[in-house]
Structure formats: structure tokens, C-alpha cells
Design a protein around this ligand. Structure first.
Ligand SMILES: [Zn+2]
Length: 617
């Protein structure tokens, strides 16, 4: 780990960004008068406000998190003033909006906001830090999206906090700028006595960037060093896939790492930074770091239509989270393996679990990966009071997309004998959609459409028939590739985890009743087909009373696939009988052939090394 003095370039580029849009910037002052009460005081001044009503808003969504979150709920004590300091009346046309009329071209709004959850979405303030996700913290005004912003933070008196952020630095260490609203809201900021680790990376064209890890944790320094060393391996390995780093707008990329008891576990991608958080030792965060850094290319710059520009007023819908998140999930694991942070056994086990979840997941009967992406607003940290049957009808687009990435990578390697890989596909997406950039930091000029994914696969594979078939069957369709055959090329065996064992489905006990079924039964399983469902009480099996779901499962385990089980089910006062025809447990696992008593051929070994080995030199 090298520490570099590289902040001069940042300070120089900042005023430029602030002045880019002509009109005077929106000015924020954020202070922490009572951090022990988890409160921030925010003052925002909108200059040169057009005549008419100013519509001030709190965001309802946050980039990278797809459910609606009502950040307005924690805002209170709101006041508005004009340029002379006269207080103005506020009205509330919606739960998320404060209207200010009768101003003199300047509107200053002050408010307090409460926040006490450390993760990638919310605001957290306590005496150790202010951990700010900007949509959860800053009010903004409609129609002023193109204005630059200037933000000054005032830490609590006597604190030893320092700022870490992807916002543009200025000569004042506590004042930062953003060229527009999109960039401002995409710039989470941590103020704390974090430990800083830095290293420098270079692009083939000689341009250099500083990668920073600002680590707020109680983990010992040696663990922070180990984390930072792992991050460096991840960062360097990730670059080999695309052949270059994105041009980080401020010359830096920052891991805002927060690992403290009570934290939420999360990783949230942004253009030039990521928030990675958890409650354990910081060393446990490398897998998250690997996933998030891949997002610097995939989703931050290789951006699907539907997310660009990001709509802060409602949920954002895209067809392609299975690529934005799923392919990132695949590469997060692959890069851990290639960087030597995960061994072959663990890496292929992860790949096997992706394939298994999609091959056997009942959700695939109902929704494609595209349709799974459409579910994000209901599944990504979404809250609802009524129950859903997502456990039966939904497979995470992380998992589904990860399995498609695995299938596509292996299919390309298989058909071209390793000449063309998913790395080439990602590099083509990068050159076509990501690298061209946007008119300003924070904006992407060429987001991709779903069909672009097919067309670029035609280009990369050089085989239109293959690309169109793969797209139709496995990307927008609900078929799965022959994972077992493809993995076998790398000397990896995809096998039944519990071969020969009888299986009724996933029948678990309810927390409050030992012989009551606690979970929804998945369509296509023997238990579902026999009519068993959540909340059914299993009274007896083959005429013998059972006292628990565990006894039911033991009865299943004592039989063979193909055998039948008759169960008496109580639903309220009624009792019915169901006949379950048991099948072999379909659960799959992937293991290196060495673990099955075999050994890889030279060809398998070469295939595996090209796939899982480091690409650095
Ligand atoms: Zn992600």
C-alpha cells in the first residue's frame, strides 16, 4: 500500500465544475448541532429562482436502490425565507414537496432531518460520524437540475471528523461542489475519523487515478491494511477485463467503508465511489468491494435505459438489472477468484449455486430475467405489509443474471475454444456505451436498450445465429443452458447434492407451531402438487401421528424417490388427505473434478486457468 499526496489536482478541477452551468450554484450548508440525537441541520439557498412558485422536493428514490423510499418522512422544522431574510409561507402540495411562492428570486430553506441507519440508502448521524446518502439528506428544487451545487459541511465542535466524498474538492477542505443535481445526489459523503488508505493506478494512456479507502471501523489497523491490500488486488484485476479504468471525474475513486456494530450490510455503487457497509470486521467486506467496483463500469457508465437520467421522484424501471446487477454479481465472484482472494473450490461452488437457483427455482416458470428486473421496485429493500408469493415466483435478478453471465461466458469459451469470452463482450459494451461518457460528470449519453445486448453479442461472437438464439432462449426467454456440459469443459462437475435422496419440497416448520408448515410451497414440487401449503398442520403421515414438521421430513428421508406418502392435513376444523409422490432431491452443486476423485485433463486445466486465473500479465 502506497500513500500518495495527490489532492492538488482535485482542488484545481473543482471551481471549473461549479461554474460549468452559468447560473449561480445552489448553496447547501449542512451542520450537526445534535449528533447524539441523530439530527442534521440543513440550509439550502436557491439563487436566481425563476418567477413563480419554487417546488422544493425530497427524493423518493436513490440510485442503485430500486424501491421507493420516502426520505421526506424524516424532515421537520422547515422554514423558507427570501433574499432579504423575510420568512415566506410554505405549502405542501404532496407529501414530498414544499412550495414557496412570493419570493424575490432567492429562496433559502432551512430544515432539520433525523437519520440513524448506516447503509447505502439512508442517512446516519451519531457522535462518531455523519454518513450521508444525498437523496436521504438534501432537499432540491424542480427545474434547477442543471444548476451546479456548492456544499459546506460543518462538523460538530471538537470532533476529529474529516470528509470523504466523490464531490469535487475546493480550496476549503469542508466545501465541495457538484456540476449538476444528478452528480450531487449520486455523491454519498462520510464525515468521521476514518482511516485512509490510498494507492495509484494508471491507464494505458498514462492517465493516473488515486483509489482511496476511507474506512470507518473499530477493526484493528492490521485488518484495515489487509482489507486495503485486497481492495488493491480487486481494483487491478477488474481493470484487465475492460483494458482501462473509467476516467474518474475527480481523479479519484473512493471506497466509503463503514464496518461497525449495528450497521446495515450493504454495498451501493456510485460514479466515483461506493458505500460499503456491514457490522462485522472490515475484512469481511472484500466480496462486496469486488462487486461494487465492477459497477464503476457496469451500471455507472454502461447504463441501461430506464436509469438515465435517474428519476428522483419515483421508482426507476429497467429491463436490464439482470445485466447491471447480475453480470456484476458474476464478475464480483470471478474477480475474487482471479485476484487470489477466493480459491477454485469456493469460486466454482458459487457458480454452481447461481446455476442451481435458476435451474431449480420455481420463479422461472413465471418470469424471465427481464421480468425479474421489473420486480426490483417491489423487492429491493421494499416494504409491504401484505404477504407476497415472491419466494415461488421471483428469482433475484442478481442470481438470474449471474447464471446467464456464467452460461454466456462458458458458451463463448466453449464455441471459440477460449478465443472469445464474456470479458470481450463486457469490453465491447464498455467501448460502445460507457466510454463515450456524457455531456457532464453524472450524465451518460448512450444508455443501452435491451436489444443492444443482442446486437453486441452478434458483433463479439461473430455468429448471428448463435447470438440471436442465445438472446431469445436464455436472455429474454426462460430456458437454461446446459450448465453441466459447459462446466465439464473446465473440469467442474455439476452434480446432485443429495443424490438418491427422496424429496417432497422445502417444507419447514412455522416458528410458532412445530407441526404447522411455515413457508409457501413452490409450484412444481411434490408437496405443492399434492396440495400442501403454508399454515397447513400435518397431523399424520401414512396413518401415524406426527408431532412436528421435522418428523414429517424424517418420514420423507426414510423413503425412496418414486414412493408415496399419505398425509392428513388440518386446516382449521377441516381435515383432508393428500398423497405426495416423492422425487429425487434436485438440488445441484458444482465441485472441481479433483473433489470427485478424478483429475482434470490438460485441456480442462487450460480452460479453467483461462477462465478463473488472473489476467494480470
Ligand atoms: Zn450491485
Amino acid at each position: 500500500m502506497r500513500s500518495l499526496v495527490f489532492t492538488v489536482a482535485l482542488a484545481l478541477s473543482a471551481p471549473l465544475a461549479a461554474q460549468q452551468n452559468g447560473a449561480a450554484p445552489v448553496v447547501y450548508k449542512v451542520s450537526f448541532p445534535a449528533p447524539e440525537h441523530h439530527i442534521a441541520a440543513v440550509e439550502v439557498t436557491f439563487p436566481n429562482v425563476p418567477a413563480g412558485t419554487l417546488q422544493a422536493r425530497m427524493s423518493r428514490s436513490s440510485p442503485g436502490r430500486y424501491a421507493v423510499h420516502e426520505f421526506a418522512k424524516n424532515v421537520y422544522d422547515v422554514h423558507a425565507f427570501d433574499g432579504t431574510g423575510k420568512e415566506l409561507a410554505l405549502t405542501r402540495p404532496s407529501p414530498y414537496q414544499w412550495d414557496v411562492a412570493g419570493h424575490d428570486g432567492t429562496v433559502r430553506i432551512t430544515y432539520k432531518i433525523f437519520g440513524n441507519l448506516v447503509d447505502g440508502t439512508y442517512l446516519a448521524i451519531d457522535t462518531s460520524h455523519a454518513h450521508m446518502n444525498m437523496p436521504a439528506t438534501l432537499m432540491w428544487a424542480r427545474q434547477l437540475d442543471n444548476r451546479a451545487a456548492r456544499v459546506t459541511f460543518t462538523p460538530p465542535a471538537g470532533s476529529n471528523w474529516r470528509p470523504a466524498t466523490q464531490l469535487f474538492a475546493t480550496a476549503d477542505p469542508w466545501t465541495f461542489t457538484a456540476p449538476n443535481l444528478q452528480y450531487l445526489l449520486d455523491s454519498p459523503t462520510e464525515l468521521s475519523a476514518f482511516k485512509l488508505r490510498e494507492f495509484e493506478v494508471a491507464n494505458p494512456d498514462g492517465k493516473t487515478f488515486t483509489i482511496r479507502a476511507a474506512v470507518h471501523t473499530e477493526s484493528p489497523d492490521r485488518d484495515i491494511d489487509e482489507y486495503a491490500s485486497g481492495v488493491e488486488k480487486i481494483v487491478r484485476e477488474s481493470m484487465t477485463i475492460f483494458g482501462e479504468y473509467p476516467v474518474f471525474d475527480t481523479g479519484t475513486y473512493t471506497f466509503l467503508a463503514d464496518y461497525l456494530p449495528g450497521n446495515g450490510g450493504d454495498g451501493m455503487e456510485h460514479r466515483n465511489s461506493t458505500v460499503v457497509s456491514g457490522r462485522g470486521n472490515v475484512r469481511s467486506g472484500l466480496g462486496t468491494a469486488s462487486h461494487e467496483f465492477f459497477h464503476a463500469w457496469n451500471v455507472e457508465r454502461i447504463r441501461p435505459q430506464g436509469l438515465e437520467p435517474f428519476n428522483y421522484e419515483e421508482a426507476n424501471l429497467t429491463d436490464s438489472l439482470w445485466v447491471a446487477e447480475g453480470f456484476t454479481q458474476y464478475y464480483g465472484s470471478l474477480i475474487m477468484g482471479r485476484a487470489g482472494l477466493s480459491d477454485v473450490k469456493r469460486t466454482v461452488a458459487g457458480m454452481g449455486s447461481l446455476a442451481n437457483a435458476v435451474i431449480n427455482g420455481s420463479g422461472r416458470q413465471f418470469r424471465s430475467a427481464v421480468e425479474m428486473s421489473h420486480m426490483a421496485p417491489f423487492t429491493d429493500a421494499a416494504r409491504a405489509v401484505d404477504p407476497t408469493n415472491f419466494s415461488s415466483t421471483f428469482i433475484s435478478y442478481y442470481t438470474y443474471g449471474g447464471a446467464i453471465a456464467l452460461g454466456l461466458d462458458l458458451s463463448l469459451r466453449d464455441k471459440t475454444n477460449g478465443k472469445v469470452t464474456l470479458d470481450d463482450y463486457m469490453r465491447t459494451l464498455w467501448k460502445t456505451y460507457g466510454k463515450p461518457g456524457g455531456p457532464q460528470p453524472g450524465l451518460v449519453a448512450k444508455p443501452y436498450a435491451l436489444t443492444d445486448l443482442r446486437d453486441r453479442l452478434v458483433d463479439v461472437s461473430g455468429d448471428r445465429a448463435f447470438a440471436e438464439d442465445f438472446y431469445r432462449r436464455y436472455m429474454i426467454g426462460r430456458e437454461v443452458v446446459d450448465y453441466a456440459r459447459l462446466l465439464e469443459r473446465a473440469g467442474v462437475v455439476l452434480r446432485k447434492r443429495n443424490a438418491g435422496r427422496a424429496w417432497a419440497g422445502d417444507v419447514r416448520a412455522a416458528a410458532d407451531g412445530v407441526n404447522r408448515i411455515g413457508n409457501l410451497q413452490a409450484p412444481g414440487t411434490p408437496a405443492y402438487e399434492a396440495g400442501l401449503e403454508q399454515n397447513d398442520v400435518i397431523a399424520d403421515v401414512n396413518g401415524k401421528p406426527v408431532a412436528s414438521i421435522q418428523q414429517f421430513n424424517e418420514a420423507v428421508a426414510s423413503l425412496k424417490p418414486g414412493e408415496r406418502l399419505t398425509v392428513a392435513i388440518k386446516r382449521g376444523a377441516a381435515t383432508t388427505t393428500a398423497v405426495i409422490t416423492l422425487r429425487e432431491d434436485p438440488d445441484l452443486e458444482a465441485v472441481p473434478i479433483e473433489d470427485t476423485g478424478g483429475s482434470p485433463t490438460a485441456e480442462q486445466k487450460a480452460f479453467r486457468d483461462a477462465w478463473l486465473g488472473s489476467r494480470q500479465r
